[in-house]
Design a protein around this ligand. Structure first.
Ligand SMILES: *Cc1c(COP(=O)(O)O)cnc(C)c1O
Length: 496
């Protein structure tokens, strides 16, 4: 399978090149040139998560050997996860929760970011390189820590994380500020996630930044990197297989997936699963009050002329969903100039409208719903009171979106809701939702939530309060290129 830039399909690379580069040189996103592979789901049903991962990932990254993928997979999905299943499925009354938060930082980003460093090092060796890979990462809260954890002290790499100073939860902030490793740097930005993401994307084309690179290459750990996207296809397959194995469905029966969505990476991975043969009926795209995707799916117009609203599901507080660009490329049958034009309009006018033919194609499989803060809290509260199941605000956004979908359509297809973070990453809001008591400090709320619900605090979060803070630097977003250029110089000196 070859990968091409969504803005220039003549830029064709193999997956290992795409993994090292992150973003294409023209600012486009590497996307499969054509999705002409078929994965036989009935051959996967009795396999372990690691075995399914090897088969699915190898189908997409076929310039690696199966042994290479399998070795990476086995190093990533080991006892760093607190369950052997890696991604368990939990039945609630009206759906299944796909628990994606059992990794080292308690967020679904761990699934891809425990694997990416291994894929990157293998790619590095394939290309016979001797430079330093400088990984620039923007985070709305969860990617940062998962990437820091995955890349800490990984040879030939240096990682720099930018997070919005206001917006991430106290737990998320502390997770990043206490990161370990000699090759890491964490910087707060006076701005929101979109500002961080813009900085990281701009840096790959900024003359000042490029001039400061010596024997170093910029790459990305964001979901713009193919190496982030493809590992996320796996759990759609593995969860489906669990339902078959449990007798809840027969192999071949369709299911719905409900995906709390920010940058559109997770749900796009679901679409790739569908396109490679997984029986999917609908992909339900759940947003919080930053409901730009809901409007896009309903109208065909993508517009960021709206306020940015900080919510209790901060990892979805995003107005510019990068991976949507990949969907436009695929749905327009690889029309790179169309995609380039839409992205130019978004950049210059803050909005674009796609032709109705493409919109219809998209909305035949993607359905958009959004959840208010009030409904989000109520969903957490009601599920806990009724079934004693504790979910985080992102998952609650998904579950409520699913219930709206079901009320509207009466669709009885079994539904799997992606549960993307541990409730203990958002203690203040989750504790308030279940108990109606407000504790401002996240760490006090963590203990209170534990006492109140008698659920276990993930060990990586339980010890967080007492860890020493290493990173407190904060910058103006206007200084982004200058700061990145300085960091690139430092990396060039330190590591070469
Ligand atoms: C990143 C994240 C999301 C959104 O995923 P995208 O791939 O950006 O759409 C949802 N929930 C949580 C907890 C996240 O960390």
């Amino acid at each position: 399978m070859k990968y091409v830039s969504s803005r220039n399909k003549n830029e064709i690379v193999e997956s290992h090149n795409a993994i090292i580069q992150g973003l294409a040189k023209d600012g486009g996103l590497f996307t499969p040139e054509n999705i002409n592979i078929h994965i036989n789901v009935d051959e996967l049903t009795n396999l372990s998560y690691q075995q399914i991962a090897t088969k699915v990932i190898h189908a997409f990254l076929d310039d690696f050997t199966e042994e290479e993928i399998s070795s990476s997979v086995n190093q990533a999905y080991d006892n760093k996860f607190d369950t052997e299943e890696i991604v368990p499925l939990h039945k609630i009354e009206d759906a299944y929760l796909m628990e994606l938060y059992h990794g080292p930082t308690s967020a679904f980003k761990d699934i891809a970011l425990t694997l990416l460093p291994h894929l990157l090092i293998q790619s590095y060796n394939k290309e016979n390189r001797h430079d330093t890979i400088s990984i620039l990462t923007a985070t709305s809260g969860d990617t940062g820590k998962a990437a820091l954890s995955g890349f800490a002290d990984v040879k030939h790499t240096a990682i720099t994380v930018f997070y919005p100073e206001v917006g991430v939860s106290q737990v998320q902030k502390k997770q990043m500020q206490t990161a370990t490793g000699d090759n890491v740097e964490v910087i707060a930005v006076k701005g929101n996630f979109d500002d961080c993401q813009r900085m990281v994307k701009e840096a790959t084309q900024d003359p000042q930044v490029l001039a400061s690179l010596h024997n170093a290459t910029i790459s990305s750990a964001n979901s713009i990197n193919v190496g982030r996207l493809i590992p996320q296809v796996v759990y759609y397959y593995s969860s489906y297989c669990k339902l078959v194995k449990d007798g809840a469905i027969q192999c071949g029966d369709p299911v719905n997936f409900v995906v709390p969505t920010g940058n559109f990476g997770d749900i796009l991975a679901g679409y790739l699963a569908y396109r490679t043969g997984l029986p999917v009926n609908q992909l339900i795209c759940a947003s919080n009050s930053n409901n730009v995707l809901t409007d896009f799916l309903n109208t065909g117009t993508y517009s960021i002329h709206r306020p940015f609203i900080p919510t209790m599901s901060p990892s979805m507080d995003i107005l510019i969903s990068s991976n949507l660009e990949r969907l436009l490329f695929i749905m327009s049958d690889n029309d790179d100039s169309f995609v380039a034009n839409m992205m130019k309009e978004l950049n210059e006018q803050g909005s674009y409208t796609i032709p109705s033919k493409i919109q219809e194609k998209i909305s035949s499989i993607f359905k958009g719903y959004w959840t208010s803060e009030e409904d989000c809290a109520k969903t957490i509260h009601d599920l806990y009171k009724k079934e004693h199941v504790l979910i985080d605000p992102h998952t609650a956004v998904g579950l409520h979106a699913y219930r709206q979908y079901q009320t509207q359509t009466k669709d009885t297809t079994p539904a799997i809701v992606l549960s993307t973070a541990s409730p203990y990453k958002f203690c203040k809001d989750v504790y308030q939702a279940v108990s109606s008591n407000c504790i401002e400090d996240d760490f006090e709320a963590m203990d209170a939530l534990h006492t109140y619900t008698q659920t276990a605090i993930p060990s990586n979060l339980a010890c967080l309060k007492d860890l020493p803070v290493r990173f407190t630097r904060s910058i103006e977003k206007e200084d982004g290129m200058k700061v990145i250029a300085e960091r690139m110089k430092e990396i060039s000196n330190d590591y070469n």
